[in-house]
Structures are given as C-alpha cells and as structure tokens.
Design a protein around this ligand. Structure first.
Ligand SMILES: NC(=O)c1ccc[n+]([C@@H]2O[C@H](COP(=O)([O-])OP(=O)(O)OC[C@H]3O[C@@H](n4cnc5c(N)ncnc54)[C@H](O)[C@@H]3O)[C@@H](O)[C@H]2O)c1
Length: 263
C-alpha cells in the first residue's frame, strides 16, 4: 500500500536555498528530499558522486532545476572546496543542507563487528560520519541567519539489527554528532537533525546482506504494516527545514511506520 501525499501547499520553503547531497538515482532518500523541498518552493542545489553517477542524477537535477549541480566525492577536499566556492558565488547564503550519504567497504560490512578491519572501519566513519562534520563546518558561515542541517540515520544505531554490522556503530556516532552539532550551533539559529527512516530498497541498502528479509520483516511487523516511501521521508525533512519546526533541534526523528517502538 502506498501513501499518496498531498501537494506541498502553501509553498512554505519559498526563498530557501537547499543543498542536497546523496542523490544516486530516483530511489534515493535524497531525491525524496529534493522533490519535497522543490515542491515546497525551495531553490535546489545537488551533487553527484562521479561521472558514472552523473547520467542517472542529471535528469533528476533538471527536474528540480538544480543549480549548482556539481560532483562531490566527500573524501576529495578539492571537490568540497569547489562546491562551497560555487555556493558562495552563486547563492551567497545557504538555508538547508541535506547529508544523505553512507558507505562501508564490503569487507567491513559483512561479518561480525568484532572482526571489522581497521581500514574499512575508518572509511565507513569518514564517508558516513566525518563528512557531515566537514560539510557543516563549511556550511556554517553561509548560514548567517540560521538554517537547517539534516542527515540520515537508521534504527541500527540504537538497536542491534541483524546484518547491519559496522554501520550500527557508525550511525550511532552520526546521531551523537548531530546532538553535539545542534548544541554548538543552536545560538546561531542553525538546527541539526537526524532522520531515521525505515528500510527502503535503494542502492546503498542493496549492500546489506539479506536486505530483502529485513525489509519483509519490518513491513510485516511495523504498526503501519507497509514500507515507508522516499516521499514521506522527504516531506518530513521539508517540515524540519521549515518555520513550522523552529523549536526543534538535535532530534532523531523516526519515519519508519512506528517500527522503532516495538521491543
Ligand atoms: N535505504 C534504507 O533502507 C535506509 C534507511 C535508513 C537510512 N538510510 C541512509 O540514507 C542515506 C542515503 O542512502 P539511500 O538509501 O538513499 O541510498 P543511495 O544509494 O541512493 O544513496 C547513498 C548516497 O551516498 C553517496 N555516497 C557514497 N559514498 C560517497 C562519497 N564518498 N562521497 C559522496 N557521496 C557518497 C552515493 O553516491 C549515494 O548518492 C544513507 O546515509 C543511508 O545509510 C537508508
């Protein structure tokens, strides 16, 4: 069963500039955010990982008139510099940053957390967690009048989820980082959140062993008895970025059909 969302009206993000990092294709959570924020009136900037990804992301970027539209491999500091130079030149200020990326090398993801190799762990932490700190530090001066920063977590941060492996500890670090960032940036009007969606069949999810079983189990057991959609996650993120959510920061907001309340 799907859940058609009402059109975003009124355009409560009109005049806001939102940078969306993490669109790989039309199934990406980041794409749900780009669509929802664009629908609510925001101006969108988007990134793509590399030339291989560009041909999947470019048609989507065109749909939401994304500009800037630039490559971003978060481990390449020259690309990060170029992205923020472009944002400074073209936009001057930034209102919303969506960080929707994660990666762990296969040898770090499969098997026991106890056996996770050092290099794989460090790569997973660098791409999936430290990159948020790096982007936030660079976004901060572009948010002189405040802003909203949102990253994507998963319930595996706080519960042991079979096969989620090393991404559990990595997401736990991410959620903790969100709380520290929210505390540090609150006086500047910059609000920082994690959202924690239920499982969705995306490219990143396909790297998790037996993901189909996980998805079937959650869909069966979650109070709403269905998978969530990227549009529902996008709508919640648009809300967090709006003036309807100005008293919220440091939150981990579950968008999982209620799965996390089960024991
Ligand atoms: N799909 C799920 O079930 C689910 C559930 C909860 C949270 N999440 C989280 O949502 C986020 C987005 O994942 P998704 O499921 O939409 O999958 P996705 O594959 O569509 O998106 C992952 C993105 O990460 C990007 N990425 C990976 N390494 C990168 C790097 N070094 N530099 C820049 N970008 C890089 C990829 O290019 C891709 O755009 C991730 O943080 C993921 O952990 C996913």
């Amino acid at each position: 069963m799907t859940s058609p969302l009402p059109p975003a009206s009124p355009a409560f993000l009109t005049g806001r500039r939102a940078l969306i990092v993490g669109v790989a294709n039309e199934h990406s959570l980041a794409w749900g955010c780009a669509k929802a924020m664009h629908g609510a009136g925001a101006t969108i900037g988007m990134t793509y990982l590399n030339d291989k990804a560009r041909r999947f992301v470019e048609p989507l970027a065109q749909e939401v008139a994304a500009d800037p539209f630039l490559p971003l491999e978060v481990r390449d500091s020259a690309q990060v510099d170029a992205l923020f130079d472009a944002l400074r030149e073209r936009w001057g200020t930034l209102d919303v940053l969506v960080h929707s990326i994660a990666f762990a090398p296969r040898e770090a993801l499969v098997g026991r957390v106890a056996d996770c190799p050092r290099d794989g762990f460090l790569t997973a932490m660098e791409v999936s967690c430290w990159s948020l700190l790096d982007l936030v530090r660079r976004a901060e001066p572009l948010m002189p009048n405040g802003g909203t920063i949102i990253t994507m977590s998963y319930v595996g941060a706080v519960e042991v989820i079979r096969n989620y492996g090393i991404m559990g500890p990595v997401k736990a670090a991410l959620e903790s980082a969100v709380r520290y960032l929210a505390a540090e940036l609150g006086t500047k009007g910059i609000r920082v959140h994690a959202v924690s969606p239920g499982p969705l069949a995306t490219r990143a999810a396909s790297g998790i062993p037996d993901f189909d079983k996980l998805m079937a189990d959650v869909t069966h057991r979650a109070p709403v008895q269905r998978a969530v959609t990227i549009d529902e996650v996008g709508a919640a993120c648009a809300f967090l970025a709006s003036d309807y959510a100005t008293a919220m920061t440091g939150e981990t907001l579950y968008i999982d059909g209620g799965f996390h309340i089960l024991g």
